[in-house]
Ligand binder design. Structure first.
Ligand SMILES: *Cc1c(COP(=O)(O)O)cnc(C)c1O
Length: 490
């Protein structure tokens, strides 16, 4: 190694090198925006060729490559093989679309490269403002606490940690779970997202302490059954601690009966958490306002900006009414992070005190930028548009003899299948699974799947600002074409 003449850095070494990088970057941006502009001409998804996968087995590179070379690899081997959620006809899972302006916002984030674990910096104020906006969007207590997260899974984990610590009634952080005065029990519906169960596992409560309450015909938690469980648990010497209501279930978009759940929680002195990853944002739409008004009375809410507000991955959010309980669950300010009167160690609230991340990216900036740029009215109309598109497609399904709906359409999720008169349950499930495979492999539309009762379901979740109504006509046509192809093969 020679440190004699030239000190090293990762910056371009000369004005000329800076110019080269700038020019290159401008051209890359042209390529990438053209890619976005032409995205509807691309396939929704395509399988990755084995030889492409095989190229990701290089030894650790010791020497540099040219920008051109690395970028060419990206263009050839990486850009063409995403899961496809930026495509207008992608409705699999629940995946937001992102936006071209979101790309710009991410560049701003990248240039600042802030670590929003703390320190006296503007990012704290931007995050606080974004959290205030989130509370306003959901009609939640203006004094509530909150923090931006990687997504709803972590938001759920933070809220449920706080719920556990409050309802335990002793210092869990110090003593750990001792179960001396009875086991803490959590309740959610059998339609809850797996993130809830995962949080319960991570918290050391054990999934045996999670009651999966039955749902009614519309896939909402059955509150009579909920009360039965709670009473039985009390009888057995357990301690009912928290009810997790889902607003917008991942399977069908169902909304649990919030008002009843809150009343039950008050009767039994329990915490109410809402897992509303995408669904709580329906609160922006006038038609859903009344149903979601009880959100103001729950103890905590977890949701995502990267799903139904189409923000670039990743950014979720948790809101918790009891600021002190939230902070007490996570705050550590050791000597090297101590709050100081002046300088970098000042700045009041540090967001690392509200979750498990110390180093945190400046997620708030992209949210702030995009909400200011588009305005909430535009987001509201896009969410409403997605709901209307889901209803439009559901209507197409109902009008088509060969298709059937498998669940009521509560907001933006449609579960359906192809049907054949007189076909037994199992072959019909196999047929629909093969339809799913072929739809995805043809690359014109991308639904995903789930099970509704014993039925294999084709499922779309519309959180896509690029989708047009005509895209759903194509979905129906593709399903019928593939089914016809399959039945003619047999
Ligand atoms: C997506 C989703 C989650 C998990 O959120 P991530 O952002 O993927 O971590 C939790 N609950 C529901 C209802 C969801 O739809």
């Amino acid at each position: 190694m020679h440190f004699g003449k030239k000190e090293r850095s990762l910056d371009p070494a000369t004005d000329h090198e800076w110019l080269e990088l700038e020019d290159f970057t401008h051209r890359v941006m042209d390529d990438l925006f053209n890619h976005l502009k032409g995205i509807d001409e691309e396939k929704t998804w395509k399988p990755i060729p084995q030889e492409t996968i095989d190229r990701f087995n290089e030894a650790l590179p010791a020497s540099p490559s040219s920008l051109k070379t690395v970028y060419r690899r990206f263009m050839e081997d990486i850009l063409p093989y995403p899961s496809g959620n930026i495509h207008p006809r992608f409705w699999g899972y629940v995946q937001g679309t992102g936006s071209p302006a979101g790309v710009l916002a991410e560049i701003l984030v990248a240039v600042m490269n802030c670590n929003v674990g703390g320190r006296d910096q503007i990012a704290n104020h931007v995050e606080r403002e974004v959290l205030d906006w989130a509370k306003e969007m959901l009609g939640f207590d203006a004094g509530a606490s909150g923090v931006l997260t990687s997504g709803c899974s972590v938001a759920d984990l933070i809220a449920l940690t706080t719920a556990r610590n409050v309802k335990a009634g002793y210092d869990v952080n110090k003593e750990g779970l001792n179960n001396q005065n009875g086991r803490l029990i959590f309740y959610t519906s059998n339609q809850a997202h797996s993130a809830v169960r995962q949080a319960i596992e991570v918290l050391g409560l054990g999934s045996d302490a999670l009651r999966l309450v039955d749902v009614d015909a519309r896939f909402k938690m059955d509150s009579t059954k909920l009360v039965d469980h709670i009473k039985q648990d009390q009888k057995d010497g357990h301690r009912p601690a928290c009810i997790i209501a889902t607003v917008g279930s991942v399977n069908t978009g169902a909304i649990d009966p919030l008002e009843e759940i809150i009343r039950i929680a008050r009767d039994f002195d329990m915490w109410v958490h809402v897992d509303g990853a995408f669904g709580v944002l329906a609160n922006l739409v006038p038609e859903y306002k009344e149903k979601l008004a009880p959100l103001k009375d729950v103890d905590s809410i977890a949701f995502d900006f990267h799903k139904w507000m189409y923000m670039p991955y990743d950014v979720g959010c948790v809101l918790i009414k009891d600021e002190k309980a939230h902070r007490n669950s996570f705050s550590h300010r050791p000597d090297y992070l101590a709050p100081l009167q002046r300088g970098l160690g000042g700045g009041g609230r540090w967001y690392s005190e509200y979750g498990v991340q110390l180093s945190r990216s400046f997620r708030a900036l992209k949210v702030w930028f995009l909400i200011k740029l588009f305005g909430m009215d535009h987001y509201t109309q896009l969410i409403e548009q997605n709901i209307h598109q889901a209803r439009y497609f559901a209507q197409q399904v109902e009008e088509e003899e060969a298709l059937e709906l498998l669940a009521p359409v509560e907001m933006n999720v449609v579960c359906f299948r192809y049907r054949v008169q007189g076909m037994e349950a199992e072959p019909l499930n196999d047929l629909n699974q093969e339809i799913l495979f072929r739809l995805q492999e043809r690359g014109q539309v991308a639904p995903s799947s789930t099970r509704i009762g014993d039925c294999f379901a084709l499922r779309i979740a519309v959180v896509n600002h690029r989708s047009k109504f005509s895209d759903f006509d194509l979905l129906k046509k593709e399903v019928l074409d593939v089914a016809k192809e399959l039945t003619s093969e047999n």
